[in-house]
Ligand binder design. Sequence first.
Ligand code: ADE
Ligand code: ZN
Length: 340
Amino acid sequence: MDNISIEKFIAGIPKAELHLHIEGTFEPELMFEIAKRNDKKIPYKSVEELKNAYRFNNLQEFLDIYYAGANVLITVQDFYDLTWAYLTKVHEQNVVHVEIFFDPQTHTDRGISFDTVIKGIYNALEDGKEKLGISYQLIMSFLRHLDEASAFKTLEQALPYRDWISAVGLDSSELGNPPSKFERVFAKAREKGFITVAHAGEEGPAEYIWEALDLLKVTRIDHGNRCLDDNQLVEELAKRQIPLTLCPLSNLELKVVQDLKDHPITKMMDKNLLVTVNSDDPAYFGGYMNENYLGIAEALDLSKRDITELVINSFKASWLPESEKKKMITQIEVYFENNS
Ligand code: ADE
Ligand code: ZN
C-alpha cells in the first residue's frame, strides 16, 4: 500500500486514448519547424503569438485555426514527425493503447495525396508499436462540413489501405451537418468492413446522437454530452453500453461547459453510461491524457477508485482483443491495490 497523490496515481496508471485527432496534436514549436523546412508561412510571428490565438468561443472558431495549422504539412516525413511527437508524449504519460483519428480531406483538398498522409501516420504508429510498446487502431474521419460526394471519394481512396484502417468517423462543424447527411457513405463503409463511430452531441442536439446510432450504426459516440437532454436516449446508451468518448479540457476550451465543475462525467457515471476520458486536440486545449484526468479529478473531487473505473472503461470501450482487455484490467486493478 502506497498512498501516493492523485496526480501521481493518474500519471502512473496505464491508460488508453480513444478520441484523439492527430492534426490536433500539432504543437506550435513543431509547426514552426515544419513550416520553415517547407518554406511555408504561418500568419503569426512567434510560437508565443500563435499560442495567444488559442482562445475559442465555440467549435468553429477552433476549427478555423486547426485547419490553418495543418496547411504546413506536406511530406510523408511531416506526417511521421507529427505522429511520432504525439506517441513519445503519451508514452511518457503511460498511455499504452491509442485509437486515433486522421482527417484525410484536410490534406487531399489542398493537393496532398492520400498516400502521403497515411504512410507518414502509419509508419510512425508501427514504430510506436515496436519501440514504445503502444498498440493502436486508426480511424479515418470524414469532414461533415463537406458534401457526401467528397466523403465517397475519400472512402474510395482509403480502400487500397483497408488493412491499415479499422473504422470511419465523422467530425468537424456539427451544427447544421447531421449524421443523416452521411447515411449512404457509412452504409458503404460498413459493407467494406469498417467499424463506425461519429462525433455527436458535442454542440449538436440529442437527436444527432439518435441519428448516429440508428442511421450510421455507430458502436461508439464521440463526445455525446448532450445525451443528458433525453432520458430515453440515456437509457438506450446505458442498456447497450455504447461508449462515450468524453474530452473534458476540449469541452472547457470550446465552451461546451463553462467550468470543469459543470462537466457531466460524474452524472453520466451515476447513470451507468460507459464514459471514457480523452484529450481530443491536446496541442490546442492545454493538456494530454494526464491533464484531462487531473482536471476532472480536481474539479469534481474524484477518488482513485473513480479514476480506476474510468481507465478500465477505456479498455472495455477499445477495440483490443478480449484477451488483451482482460490482461489490462487485471493490471489496472493490481495498480489500484498497490497505490491506494
Ligand atoms: N475536429 C477536431 N476536433 C474536433 C472536435 N472536438 N469536434 C469536431 N471536430 C473536430
Ligand atoms: Zn474530436
